[in-house]
Design a protein around this ligand. Sequence first.
Ligand code: SAH
Length: 217
Amino acid sequence: MFPGTLGAGVVGRALERGIWSYSTVNIRDFALNNYGSVDDEQFGGGAGMVMRPDVLGGAIDSIKNRGKIIYFSPRGAQFNQKMAREFANSPDATYTLLCGRYEGIDQRIIDEYDITELSIGDYILSGGEIATQVFIDSTVRVMDNVLGGGQESAENESFEIGGLEWPLYTRPSVWRGRNVPEVLLSGHHGNIERWRKQQSDEITKQRRPDLIKENDK
Ligand code: SAH
């Protein structure tokens, strides 16, 4: 599963250039029986299996430089762009990213290692690997020297501008009878900036009023 999508595009190039690196630990290698089981039935009953603390503990202990341990789980605080920046800019920026399967992991692992839980949204995935890739992709993207357009292309993004992005256009200037808004062809930077801000505000108000700060309303 790794690098998976992280091997392509700007994040993949950053991996090749050594801007970030990763190694994987296969939890199954720490199974305590010959079948390689990592899960067991839930105490208290109920459908679905739970990942065993003894197995997970062995896997986590095998990692020398763990940094902060993050467990991806629907119960966690919701991951966002601001957090991506904080994780990217933290001094050592080393993380152990724990991917759950089945119903999840034994609570004692979370308590023992003081693990932070993070969710990528209000839906249930079958495993934490995709969530981990979402975390890595968005965190690496905002690291220095990853994006071609430099700092500016990271800062002109939805959420970074305090709302959603304005509409984007490229060549050709007329396509199937549809024109690019005149102002964008004018070369007048002040007007372009005003138009983009106004479009961004409009779209944000319609789609995500929750993003608008109290004093901007
Ligand atoms: N029983 C859990 C869901 C388990 S889904 C619950 O009700 O909260 C199996 C695994 O997928 C989880 O252990 C977690 O690592 C991952 N996962 C599922 N949905 C996720 C989400 N929204 N964000 C982050 N990780 C998620």
